[in-house]
Design a protein around this ligand. Structure first.
Ligand SMILES: Cc1cc2nc3c(=O)[nH]c(=O)nc-3n(C[C@H](O)[C@H](O)[C@H](O)COP(=O)(O)OP(=O)(O)OC[C@H]3O[C@@H](n4cnc5c(N)ncnc54)[C@H](O)[C@@H]3O)c2cc1C
Length: 442
């Protein structure tokens, strides 16, 4: 392809617009391709760029929350999306919510004002070869481009649905009720087991059946794969389907009683520091409040704090840990960057942050420089580490920002809020050092 700009960006959503901005403010030329209004995904409705497809809330703005920290870091890196969100904010307590029409209009106007920016309203169905390209087509990437990417990846590493199990914070688990064990004592005892008596199991199943579920959107009518059925669907198949499935107790003797429990819920480490555990096999369409209520019936999880709730929904994302470098360039072709939700992060701000980082890295390539990723003690660094460290490749599932993915802070038992304040303090200090060392302060 003849060179039409320094960088081509496919997809004018949150990540694509942020990536464009980071390049433009460094003086590079950008050609952005957005398929709207020629073609709309099943969730997009507006003709403007940077559309918020669902809620108008960008989550907490509170400085001692993980989403608030992510926002502060992005402000320090001159994020366009954050700056426009701040300008178009509507009253929403401690959350940052925006007037979605004003927000989208303003992001688009800011980009169109730049002389080095070109916008073409058309669907791209193939990744151009030989050009520096950022793919930011989001969770509802058009079918033709998704097929192209699927073929590029030899038919693997591209997923079309999330089946996410909830994640709990390790220090909220009651360790006096659960026990480490591997089935039949084979291998290392890597799983934490929450034992249930017959009575507890039956009550738990009843609650799963009765619990309120999220209705699927029209484009989300999923034909469930047998391997990742929602836990409540399995519960509905028969009284003991779960007890013979993900809650199978055989070979998991309870050391407190010396007997095999009626059923177990197994918890598996989610990160190498062991600060987070996921409930194995508990992907679900229960609403978030119902998940909290019902999963707290599991012995040991009475006071569980959830870092991420379970879900099952339509989502196009790649296996970034296998495919991407920390710069978000493809290992097999460094001319191609991925950005936004398609990299395996989840959420408006998380997607924007990955657009920001892809834009900075594309600019660095053009300038003959190489950026070091932000430290894992920061929110952006932690997200990046989660999606690009090879250790996450197996069972890779999208992740939103939470303190559990930041480098573990060894602190004695203290109140959650105090601990979060320490995480934020460390993150912002490290962010300042990092931005100076990478020449990104201005
Ligand atoms: C239905 C739904 C609801 C969601 N609700 C929330 C929520 O409430 N809160 C939250 O934090 N997150 C939510 N998310 C998750 C996610 O944060 C958002 O989808 C977010 O907008 C992702 O940002 P992005 O830039 O990666 O993709 P998008 O914002 O979706 O942008 C991708 C852009 O690429 C364009 N495009 C796609 N294919 C092509 C192509 N082939 N050629 C050219 N252009 C193309 C699209 O039209 C779109 O404008 C939701 C996701 C979905 C699917």
């Amino acid at each position: 392809m003849n060179k039409i700009a320094d960088v081509i960006i496919i997809g004018g959503g949150l990540a694509g617009c942020e990536a464009a901005w980071q390049l433009l403010r460094r003086g590079h030329t950008v050609h952005l391709f957005e398929m709207k209004p020629q073609k709309f995904s099943p969730a997009h409705k507006m003709k403007h760029l940077a559309e918020l497809v669902c809620s108008n809330s960008l989550k907490s703005n509170s400085p001692d929350s993980a989403p608030g920290l992510l926002k502060d870091e992005m402000r320090r890196l001159h994020s366009l999306i954050l700056s426009v969100a701040d300008q178009t904010a509507v009253a929403a307590g401690s959350a940052l919510a925006v007037d979605r029409i004003e927000f989208a209009r303003k992001v688009e106007a800011e980009l169109l004002q730049q002389n080095n920016f070109t916008l073409s309203r058309m669907e791209i169905t193939e990744i151009p070869s030989g050009a520096l390209t950022i793919i930011a087509t989001g969770p509802l990437t058009s079918d033709a481009l998704a097929q192209f990417i699927h073929a590029l990846l030899d038919g693997s590493y591209l997923y079309f649905y999330d089946a996410i199990a909830p994640i709990v914070e390790a220090d909220s688990i009651n360790m006096d009720k659960v026990y480490w064990a591997s089935r039949y004592d084979k291998g290392t005892p890597d799983y934490l087991n929450c034992p249930l008596s017959e009575k507890e199991y039956k009550r738990f199943r009843q609650e799963l059946l009765a619990g309120e579920k999220v209705a699927a959107k029209s484009f989300e009518e999923v034909k469930h794969f047998e391997g990742c059925l929602p836990v409540e669907i399995m519960a509905a198949r028969g009284e003991d389907t779960l007890a013979f499935g993900p809650m199978k107790p055989v070979g998991l003797i309870n050391p407190y009683t010396g007997a095999m429990p009626y059923a177990v819920v197994q918890l598996r480490r989610e990160n190498s520091s062991g600060s987070l555990f996921n409930l194995v096999g508990f992907q679900t369409k229960l609403t978030w409040p119902e998940q909290e209520r019902i999963f707290r019936l599991i012995p040991g999880l009475e006071n569980a704090q959830f870092a991420r709730m379970g879900s099952i929904h339509r989502n196009t994302y790649i296996n970034s840990p296998s495919l991407l470098q920390p710069s978000l360039q493809m290992k097999m072709d460094p001319n191609i960057f991925f950005a936004g939700q398609i990299t395996g992060v989840e959420g408006y701000m998380e997607s924007t942050a990955m657009g920001l980082w892809a834009g900075l890295n594309a600019a660095s390539v053009l300038e003959g420089k190489q950026l070091q990723p932000p430290p894992v003690t920061t929110a952006i660094g932690a997200l990046l580490h989660y999606i690009t460290s090879p250790g996450s490749a197996k069972n890779f599932q999208p992740m939103n920002i939470n303190f559990g993915i930041l480098e573990h802070l060894p602190v004695k038992r203290m109140k959650k809020r105090e601990k979060h304040i320490l995480y934020v303090k460390r993150a912002l200090q490290d962010m300042s050092i990092w931005t100076r060392s990478q020449d990104l302060s201005a």
